[in-house]
Design a binder for this molecule. Structure first.
Ligand code: ACO
Length: 337
């Protein structure tokens, strides 16, 4: 029995904002952003779009691979919906997953959100796989979606240049393929970690129960995200490097056996630094940060879908995902495509 990814999809909002366009409204420039992060542009959700709208569109694209004419018909075959996000439609509840379930026209399919910041998709794949492994559910929709531009302080050039909006989706299914041996398929290994002691380095400081908005308060900065860029950078390079080593060791393989690494992309320099430490060619990574910036929970599933659709993956390829983010969290999956 294997847990395989049988379909993928992604969605990015229409509006694209280049670095040059940002430089018209804040004190920054294309040269600084590109040289410090590798980012060239980002997509920004329309005013009437919330995270669930992006998540729904990505889900439909994945479902279309199962039923090109009628993707919503394929939705009826889902036994579970998991959405990972750091920017839900509503604080607390309802979950984005429940909103997506309703949009898909489903009536009782279990649906919930998972929070692990930019490592969310790595965690969600493992969680959904575990839930379908037990037997009662066969097929799960896993979506990573974020509209981080809405919780970004657009007057803070240290953070606002880094983020974009997007959603990516996969459909996981329990199949009869072997999960071990030379013919193994699907999700073969997940490693998840968290370092809660670093929680203060990357956080949404307002609006939750720790620092709620108070009645009568004049709110000049909403629940904007705060980031200690230097500290997160140092954490990320180490987490990234350790995770690749851990996944290789856990499976007893060498990096040469991995066809592609689909990384979380917060800053291209983090990936370059880790690749250098490990002696890995940069071409082993699928990168699209130049077009989309950091889309948090969406980065890995968007990259996975793009890589697959552009012919970058062949059946049987061993691929690796690596994520890191707020929490602090980090983790990775090994998947046979
Ligand atoms: N444009 C122009 N100049 C800028 C900009 C900008 N957008 N931002 C900062 N600067 C300036 C600073 O003011 C500073 O100027 P000074 O020397 O005159 O004071 C100079 O550039 C250097 O600033 P640093 O903050 O030291 O720049 P650094 O090289 O550290 O890069 C960055 C900052 C890109 C944020 C980096 O620290 C980083 O990538 N950190 C990790 C980010 C990350 O991984 N986040 C994970 C998010 S995942 C999640 O869970 C949401």
């Amino acid at each position: 029995m294997a847990i395989e990814i049988i379909a993928t999809g992604h969605y990015v909002p229409e509006k694209r904002v280049t670095n040059d366009e940002l430089s018209w409204v804040i004190d920054t420039n294309d040269e600084w952003i590109r040289s410090h992060t590798g980012i060239g542009a980002r997509h920004v959700a329309a005013d009437d779009q919330a995270t669930s709208d992006l998540a729904y569109n990505a889900a439909v694209e994945a479902l279309r691979q199962l039923s090109p004419e009628n993707p919503l018909e394929a939705a009826e075959t889902l036994d579970l919906i998991v959405v990972c996000t750091s920017s839900p439609d509503f604080v607390g509840f309802p979950s984005v997953a429940c909103v997506v379930q309703d949009k898909l026209g489903l009536k009782s399919t279990p649906a919930f959100d998972l929070i692990a910041a930019c490592t969310g998709f790595v965690y969600a794949l493992d969680a959904a796989a575990a839930m379908i492994q037990t037997g009662s559910r066969k097929r799960a929709l896993v979506v990573g979606a974020d509209v981080l531009t809405r919780i970004t302080d657009w007057s803070d050039r240290g953070t606002c240049v880094l983020f974009g909006d997007a959603a990516g989706a996969v459909i996981l299914e329990r199949t009869d393929a072997p999960s071990a041996g030379p013919e193994r398929r699907g999700l073969v290994q997940s490693i998840l970690h968290a370092e809660g002691s670093g929680a203060n380095e990357l956080m949404c400081t307002r609006g939750g129960t720790r620092n709620p908005f108070k009645k009568g308060e004049i709110v000049d900065k909403t629940g904007y995200l705060y980031m200690n860029g230097r500290a997160v950078y140092t954490f990320a390079v180490k987490a990234f490097t350790d995770m690749i080593r851990e996944l290789l060791d856990a499976d007893g393989i060498s990096i040469d056996q991995v066809a592609k690494i689909i990384p979380h992309q917060a800053n291209e320099r983090i990936i370059q630094a880790a690749a250098k430490r490990l002696g890995i060619e940069e071409s082993k990574f699928y990168l699209n940060i130049a077009q989309y910036a950091n889309t948090s929970n969406a980065t890995i599933p968007v990259a996975l879908d793009e890589c697959a659709r552009s012919g970058g993956l062949t059946k049987g390829d061993l691929i690796m995902t690596v994520g890191f983010g707020g929490g602090l969290t980090y983790g990775g999956n090994l998947i046979v495509w």
